[in-house]
Structures are given as structure tokens and as C-alpha cells.
Design a protein around this ligand. Structure first.
Ligand code: UDP
Length: 384
């Protein structure tokens, strides 16, 4: 099957990393079209997935945009839509991986008469998207998509609540390669030494730095923990949240945590860094659509404590294969960290169970098979 994947981002967020795994089986015949240039293109090239940057001009519609701003961007979209439509006519199917890709893909699908699939990686809630943006996304998906793949039940429910069609929406979780999350003990020792955190209880946070990802909640929690508790913050501001980064550094200074909290920036060695942690914290203050880092931590056999909201509750069973805490509550998080520190045997068992459940539920081979069947059904039904 020849698939034209579309993604608006030049940076590798969770949706983009997920797309690499989905596109890989089609690398001989597919094309990934991007609406921005950046390190995501390089990652696709490293994975031998054909990629083309369709435009380098930023599309000025944001998640909170109004109708007027939205209409103003149409002029900008016309040449992009023309290019995508021309390209789409050489493919069997258009696979839109982000919201702007959905809009461009919807028009290109109509003009090129190719079926459209929309992979929904977001919770379309008022917290994250303006009313007009939700309406545009839902209308485009309802009218033009043959299939919507939601990355969790939570994303599907929000889509349907916003007016999206339940009958074309299927939930498929992100897939992972369990073998990538096995790390040699010698590597773990080396990383802990490099971090200067040998003998410490390391709590890791892995996410782009953004206010709703709640890194501040972890920093505040660490300040309330015994002194051997330290933290690493892995990730960078991908979408211009520099002000928040500054605030985080100020918070660390104000709480005198300079020796206990380290910022590591964006890293490619996530499995190894996770393996070096004693506990992984996920602290999103708004509902997380899926939470790849949670599954990755589980695959590393690490106990994870996650903010109980959105798709997260579909991944973690409290006290069985991880822990759930109320979002935005540093005190509760600090108490949980202290419990894990004290009862390391019970915590280790939870990490072991997490690895088993995650390897079974999120194996990329199964997930890609589910997606392949769904895409084949779309192509067959539209060919008739
Ligand atoms: N990630 C990474 N390097 C970093 C920080 C994060 O490769 O320094 C990856 C992380 O391993 C995960 C993804 O970025 O696979 C983030 O996905 P998630 O669903 O957790 O959040 P999103 O970015 O989609 O909101």
C-alpha cells in the first residue's frame, strides 16, 4: 500500500515519534510530508523513511486561534494544498497525523479522490483547543475521513463529545519495541556516575518542557522529600515555551535544589536514562491523551507515578503496575515518592509487573498489524 503521511511538525513530539513506528513498515513505498523543517526530518531520514518538506513557512493557526485568524491563514494554505494534492494522486491513501495535516489532507483528499485517515493524538478539550479549532477539526474529520484512529479511549470520548463521529473512530494505542528498553547494568552504573547521583534515589521526568506537563509539580515535590531524593528533567521546550523553562530554573534556585535537580535537555537515550532512575514521574496538569513516557517507563521495568487523568488511567493500575496521584498536587506526589523510597521491595515488584503488562499490551508488531488491517479495510471499501 502506498501511503502519503502528513505531519505539520518539524520537531519530534510524541505524535511524530509514533509516526516513525507506523511509517516504517511502508518505507519502500510511502512518503512523509512535513509542513516544517527540523530534527524530525533528520530522524525520519535516519530511519530510512522517505520524507519531503512541503513548506517551511509557518502556518499561523494555533491551537487557540480565532475564526478571523483561521480565515487569514487560508491564503497561506492554498499553495501547500496544491502541492499535497498533486503528490496525493500518486498514493493510495492520505494519513494525517496532526490537526493542520488533517485540514490540508481533507482538501487534498477531496481533490485527489484519495481516502483520508486521521490519527488523533489530542484530547480535543476547551483547555487545549479554541472552539473554532475544535469545530474545524471535527467537521473536517466527519466530512472527509474514512477512519479516525484515536490514541486512547480518552481522546475518542473527547472527540465524540466535540461532535466527532463515533462510527468511524477506532482506538489504537501507540506501539513500542520492548527490546529497545533493556539496558545493561554497566550502562546504568555509568549514567548514574555521570549524573553524579550515585547512591541517590533518582526520580526522572521525561517530557518536553511545557507548563501543562507540570515539571514544576515534581520540583516542588522533591523539595518536600528527604535529601537523598534527586530529580532529572529530560526534555526541551519544543514549541516555544522558553518562559516556562526560565521559571523552572528560578524555582530550582528558590527552593535551593541546584544540587538535587538536573536539567538534561532533549535526549535520544531515553531507555538508558530511564533505566538509571529509581522512579519515573509523570505530572501533567491537564488530561494527557496517551502518555508515551509512561509506557516507556513500564517497558524499562520502572515504577511510574502518573497524574491520574485522560488516557493515563487506561495505562496504569494503581498499586498493581504503577501509581496514580491527583494532578497538580506536589504534596501527594512527595508522599508517594517517600513511600517508594522506604518500601523498595514492593516498588521493585510493581516495576516488574509493569514491564510484563506493557510488553504484552503495546508491542509494536501487534499494534502495526491492527493499523494495517484498518488501513486495508479503508482502501478496499473506497476502491469499490
Ligand atoms: N522524548 C525524547 N527525548 C526527550 C524527551 C522526550 O525522545 O528528551 C520522547 C519520549 O520518550 C516520548 C515522547 O518524546 O516518546 C513524548 O511523548 P508523550 O506522549 O509522553 O508526550 P507528547 O510530547 O506527545 O505530549
Amino acid at each position: 500500500m502506498k501511503i502519503l503521511f502528513l505531519d505539520q511538525s518539524g520537531q519530534p513530539g510524541g505524535a511524530e515519534l509514533c509516526l516513525i513506528d507506523i511509517a516504517k513498515p511502508y518505507q519502500q513505498t510511502c512518503l512523509v510530508g512535513l509542513f516544517a523543517d527540523g530534527s524530525f526530518r533528520t530522524l525520519l531520514e535516519e530511519n530510512h523513511i522517505p520524507v519531503r518538506v512541503f513548506t517551511t513557512q509557518p502556518i499561523s493557526v494555533h491551537k487557540e486561534s480565532s475564526l478571523v485568524q483561521g480565515l487569514a491563514s487560508i491564503q497561506q494554505l492554498v499553495p501547500l494544498i496544491a502541492k499535497v494534492t498533486r503528490t496525493a494522486s500518486k498514493y493510495d491513501l492520505i494519513y494525517a497525523n496532526t490537526q493542520k495535516a488533517l485540514i490540508v489532507g481533507a482538501v487534498a483528499s477531496f481533490l485527489s479522490r484519495r481516502p483520508l485517515v486521521y490519527h488523533l493524538h489530542d484530547i480535543l478539550s476547551p483547555e487545549h483547543f479554541s472552539h473554532i479549532n475544535r469545530r474545524i477539526a471535527v467537521t473536517a474529520a466527519n466530512r472527509f475521513a474514512s477512519l479516525v484512529i484515536a490514541n486512547s479511549q480518552a481522546s475518542k470520548v473527547a472527540f465524540v463529545q466535540a461532535g466527532g463521529r463515533a462510527d468511524i473512530t477506532k482506538v489504537v494505542y501507540n506501539g513500542f519495541h520492548p527490546a529497545k528498553y533493556q539496558t545493561e547494568e554497566s550502562v546504568v552504573t555509568e549514567i548514574r556516575e555521570q549524573l553524579g547521583m550515585n547512591g541517590k534515589f533518582i526520580v526522572g521526568h521525561f517530557s518536553r518542557l511545557a507548563p501543562w506537563k507540570g515539571q514544576h509539580v515534581l520540583i516542588e515535590a522533591i523539595a518536600q522529600c528527604p535529601p537523598q531524593v534527586t530529580g532529572i528533567l529530560v526534555g526541551d521546550a519544543l514549541f516555544g515555551e522558553q518562559e516556562y523553562v526560565q521559571k523552572l530554573h528560578q524555582l530550582v534556585t528558590a527552593l535551593h535544589l541546584e544540587n538535587r535537580v538536573k536539567f538534561l535537555g532533549f535526549r535520544a537515550d531515553i531507555p538508558q536514562l530511564m533505566a538509571a532512575c529509581d522512579l519515573i514521574a509523570h505530572t501533567s496538569t491537564s488530561p494527557e491523551p496517551f502518555g508515551r513516557v509512561i509506557v516507556e517507563a513500564m517497558l524499562c521495568g520502572k515504577p511510574v507515578v502518573a497524574a491520574s487523568s485522560g488516557g493515563v488511567v487506561e495505562l496504569v493500575e494503581h498499586g498493581i503496575n504503577g501509581f496514580l496521584v491527583t494532578p497538580g498536587q506536589p504534596q501527594q506526589l512527595a508522599q508517594l515518592i517517600a513511600t517508594c523510597l522506604q518500601d523498595s521491595d514492593a516498588t521493585t515488584k510493581i516495576g516488574d509487573r509493569a514491564r510484563i503488562t506493557a510488553s504484552q499490551r503495546f508491542d509494536i508488531a501487534n499494534i502495526n498489524q491492527q493499523i494495517a488491517q484498518l488501513l486495508q479495510a479503508v482502501v478496499h471499501s473506497t476502491a469499490r
